[in-house]
Structure formats: structure tokens, C-alpha cells
Design a protein around this ligand. Sequence first.
Ligand SMILES: Cc1cc2nc3c(=O)[nH]c(=O)nc-3n(C[C@H](O)[C@H](O)[C@H](O)COP(=O)(O)O)c2cc1C
Length: 172
Amino acid sequence: MNRRKVEVTEVAGTITRALQNGGVYLNSRDGEKINSMVIGWGHIGRIWNRQCFAAYVRMRRYTRELLDRNPEFTVSVPVNGQSRKAFEICGMKSGRDMDKFAEAGLTAVPGETVSVPAIREFPLTLECRVMYRQEQVAADLPEDIRAKFYSDETEDHVVYYGEIVSAYVLED
Ligand SMILES: Cc1cc2nc3c(=O)[nH]c(=O)nc-3n(C[C@H](O)[C@H](O)[C@H](O)COP(=O)(O)O)c2cc1C
């Protein structure tokens, strides 16, 4: 499997649109356990003179546990269209209860520079190492946002600022 390198700035628009239109896949790993969840919130940018993908993961997610144990992740973008099955499994079920890759029929491809795999079916990939983790304080948010998105502290978001260490498209 070939990794065709891409410039982050060239694919930033594609990734932003995918976040808005059905989401992308945030992949994590701890030991032999790999997991993927759909995310709709996140952004590409620049901080500490590094290219960064910031992901917003609610405290109660299994993905949050994995990221805290192994602070690396990959982002897989379904540039050839969403898979309804993968979307429903990765966006609505928890990896605590199942092997989502197996259930969704997703193929894990070893990461180039991180321990977390990419997904063959969603070929546009970012590999990221967490530089910083920040727990948001929902109480400090405007009341309308807090009321809409946070009913208890398990829903608070943890922001993971991942340095983008590799960006590519998987090709046969
Ligand atoms: C379109 C869509 C976007 C989502 N965006 C996020 C997100 O940005 N952050 C988050 O914590 N959960 C988000 N979720 C919910 C998780 O994908 C879902 O709770 C998942 O089952 C968590 O898996 P895990 O428990 O294996 O980590 C989203 C779900 C969907 C369907």
C-alpha cells in the first residue's frame, strides 16, 4: 500500500467540509485494542509553530480513555463517500463493547510514524501526536451553549491538540 504524501494546507478545505458533512474518523489505540469514532467537531490550524489538528472528545468516550493512555491518533477522511455501516457503528456504538473495525468491515493499515492505524477505506489520512490536552470547563460557557450541549460533566469536552506529523492518501 502506497502513501501519497499531501500538503496539509492543500487538504484542509476537504477535511473541514468532511467534518461538516457527516464527519471524519478519529482513530486511537492502546496496546492491541484499536478503535475509531466519528467526529464532527475539530479543526486544522497552526500553534506553537506546528501544524495541528484539534479534536474535541467528550469525557465519557472510550476514545478519550485510549487517547489518555496513548497520546497519538490518526484522522481518516471518507473522501470516496461515507459508509453507512461504518458511520453507524463508529458514530453510535462504543468500542468498549466491541471491535469496531471488525464489525464495520474496516481495514486497519499500519501507521507510518504513529502506533495508531489508518483506515484503507477512508484514504485521506493525518497522523498526529498529542502536544497538549485541555479539559474544557462547561460552567464557563455562555448559558445557551451550556444548556444545549452539556447536561453533566461526563459530556464535557477534552481538547486534544495533535501535531500533524504525516499527511497522505492511501493508494493501492
Ligand atoms: C456525525 C457525528 C459527529 C460526532 N462528533 C463527535 C465529536 O466531535 N466529539 C465527540 O466526543 N463525539 C462525537 N460523536 C459521537 C461519537 O462518535 C460516538 O459517541 C461514538 O460512539 C464514541 O465511540 P467510543 O465510545 O468508541 O469512543 C459524533 C457522532 C456523529 C454521528
